[in-house]
Every structure is written in structure tokens, then in C-alpha cells.
Design a protein around this ligand. Structure first.
Ligand SMILES: [Zn+2]
Length: 371
């Protein structure tokens, strides 16, 4: 615990969090090899280099101290609580992808559109990269809601365990399309113009498939060549691209145009994953199923990668219920939906009695105080 005097809000939250941990099961894969970090009202990680031998030890600590944030290392160590870091004796790490909602006008109260956007990013990472390009199986992927406004995708596999920072950086770069040279996807052979086939792997195949599917859109087709007005010309081009023959594409300046289309299609994860997190072999990341002190929501572990499509953070991640709690808004709060409760907008300075899940969310956001 920090020696600082706690605000009534922090004391209240810790009491609620403690009760939650007393009543919830805990599971961490490789728990006794992980380093843990705890955070409080001011910082998401105030203490680290903490280790536990088993679930009951960890749980007793969570009930006793009720940290507002709980993280564990992506790494497995021989001595997780040793310091400095080299003394821990690194054994290996999971491979992590950290996806966060795009900065948007909604600010601290992340809107539905942003939550849907980051969910689509996570699905794209899994469906377009991790499964087809890297060949991971779904059973090697663990997908968790971050507890705030993003997702963490953990690859837990012997294939990634020993990878060093450079190798992890290369994976992040590939996924982000960093250093991808579009020109190398296409080449001339005499007068012929060849490019990726729809069935091939990597960015070439992604582009060919996206291109063929976009051809159904007349505006897109016409922006390539006027003759693509005709359905039979479209079909001819589609079958040609299936064979890697892009010759049929009657446009001047085709390399430049295709490269523009490639950028426009946003086929990479550029700017959508945090490459530094992926490259960091000793990163502390939110422990699945623990509470996030910035929302009061659980960093929910999804039952499978497929479960993400149906996952709705504002409905499924809150853990507190409907008991009434009076809070005073310290800033303007927009209209929000948490679980099945709709509330707001609340003008700054006004007091409301809200269902606990909503009141705790506002307190965690530092947008309300106990009244
Ligand atoms: Zn937004």
C-alpha cells in the first residue's frame, strides 16, 4: 500500500475491489514464473518485482491490498521477484499485441464507434495475420478485453517463447506493413505485367483478394479503368488476377495507381498495434479477469478468439451491479449505457443516485466523487 492518505473514493474502490477478489476465481498460466505489478489511484504500476507461488497466495494479496490495477509479465522467469532485471533469469515470453481505441473526440468516455473500431482491428489481426500468415492455431491465442477501451491478444506458443526483441519487432513491423515494398509485389516481364495471385499468402494475396472484391463496386472499378464498366471486362480481370496476371488492367501509370489503392485499402495494422509492446519481452500487461481501476470493468478473458465478435465491453465487462449509489459529477458526463442501465447526461456539479456499476465507472474515470 502507498503510505499516502487515500481519498474517500480510493478507499471506497479498494473496498469494492477487495470484495470482488474475495468472491472470484483466479487463474494465471505459469503464475509462479511471472512477475507481478500493482497500481493505485495515481499510477498503473506503483510496485513491481512481485512474485507468487500459487493462486491462493496471489488471491490473498489481492483481497488484502486490493490494487486498482494488476499486471503480470509477458515473460516467464526463473526468479520473477529478483532485481535488477537480469537476475530474474528470463526463460521466455508470450507474444503480445496491444490494440487501443483510436484517439477520437469522445475522449475519456470512449464511444461505441471507437469500441467497435478497435474490436474490428483485433479481429483483423487474428483473421488476416495471426491465423493465415503466421499459422498460429486458435488454441494458441488468448484474447482479453483490456478493461478500458482495447484488447490484448496473447500468443502462447513454443513457437514464440524464445524469440528475442529483434524477432518480435520484425513481427510487429510485418503486421504494420513497415518497410513493405509495394513495388516488389508487381513486376514486368517483357510487355507483360505480373502481380500477386488471389490465393497466395502475405500482403500480395491480401491485396489481390481485396482488389478483386472491391471491383464489384462500380465507382472503384471505374477509378481503375473505364472499360471496367462492362461486367464481362470485370470478370475477365478477376480471372486474370486469380492467375497473377495483372496485364489485363488497361490503365496508364498502373504501378502508381495500384500503390495508391493499396494504401487506401488499409490492409496493414499500421498505427493500430503498439509495436513497442510487442517487442518488449519484459512488459507487464493487465492480468486477465482483474479489475481496471480506470473503469471498474473486468479485463475479461474471452472464452475463445471467436467470442470477440459478440463481445460488448459496456455490457459484458462491468462487474458491479445495480445497488443505488449517490455521486456528484465533477465534470460534464455524456449520456452512457452500462450493462442495461442508461444514464446521463449529467452536468458538472450535479448529484445523482445511479446504479453502482455506473457510479463506480464515473468514480474510476475521476469524473465523479462520492456524495
Ligand atoms: Zn469515439
Amino acid at each position: 500500500m502507498s503510505g499516502l492518505v487515500q481519498t474517500p473514493e480510493e478507499t471506497f474502490l479498494r473496498k469494492k475491489f477487495s470484495a470482488h477478489y474475495g468472491a472470484s476465481p483466479i487463474f494465471v498460466l505459469g503464475l509462479d514464473r511471472r512477475e507481478f505489478g500493482f497500481g493505485g489511484w495515481e499510477k498503473k504500476i506503483e510496485f513491481r518485482h512481485i512474485a507468487f507461488r500459487n493462486e491462493s497466495e496471489l488471491r490473498a494479496r489481492l483481497v488484502a491490498e486490493a490494487p486498482l490495477y494488476i499486471s503480470h509479465s509477458v515473460a516467464y522467469y526463473e526468479f520473477p521477484d529478483a532485481r535488477p532485471m537480469p537476475r530474474k533469469n528470463w526463460l521466455g515470453s508470450d507474444l503480445i499485441f496491444d490494440l487501443d481505441a483510436e484517439a477520437h473526440a469522445c475522449g475519456k468516455f470512449t464511444c461505441q464507434e471507437c469500441l467497435e473500431g478497435v474490436k474490428a482491428d483485433a479481429i483483423k489481426l487474428i483473421e488476416e495475420f495471426l491465423l493465415p500468415d503466421f499459422g498460429f492455431s486458435k488454441s494458441e491465442l488468448a484474447v482479453n478485453f483490456s478493461g478500458s477501451r482495447g484488447y490484448h491478444v496473447h500468443v502462447v506458443s513454443d513457437a514464440v517463447y524464445s524469440l528475442d526483441r529483434e524477432a518480435r519487432r520484425e513481427i510487429a513491423d510485418y503486421v504494420s506493413g513497415t518497410g513493405l515494398s509495394f513495388e516488389r509485389l508487381f513486376w514486368n516481364e517483357g510487355k507483360k505485367f505480373f502481380g500477386p495471385k488471389t490465393g497466395q499468402g502475405g500482403f500480395g494475396g491480401k491485396f489481390a483478394r481485396a482488389f478483386v472484391s472491391r471491383l464489384s463496386d462500380d465507382a472503384f472499378a471505374l477509378s481503375i479503368a473505364r472499360k471496367l464498366k462492362k461486367p464481362e471486362e470485370k470478370e475477365k480481370l478477376k480471372s486474370a488476377i486469380a492467375m497473377g496476371n495483372w496485364d489485363n488492367i488497361g490503365i496508364v501509370n498502373r504501378e502508381k495507381k495500384l500503390s495508391e489503392k493499396f494504401d487506401e485499402m488499409k490492409l496493414t495494422m499500421a498505427g493500430r498495434i503498439d509495436a513497442n509492446v510487442t517487442a518488449d519481452t519484459s512488459k507487464l500487461i493487465r492480468m486477465p479477469d482483474t479489475l481496471h481501476g480506470g473503469s471498474g470493468f473486468a479485463a475479461k478473458r474471452l472464452s475463445s478468439p471467436d467470442a470477440i465478435s459478440a463481445f460488448e465491453p459496456m455490457r459484458s465487462a462491468p462487474v458491479f451491479g445495480g445497488a443505488p449509489l449517490k455521486v456528484k459529477a465533477t465534470e460534464a458526463v455524456p449520456a452512457l449505457n452500462i450493462r442495461d442501465f442508461s444514464f446521463g447526461p449529467i452536468p458538472s456539479g450535479e448529484t445523482r443516485e445511479l446504479p453502482e456499476a455506473c457510479a463506480i465507472y464515473l468514480i474510476c474515470k475521476k469524473a465523479a466523487v462520492l456524495a
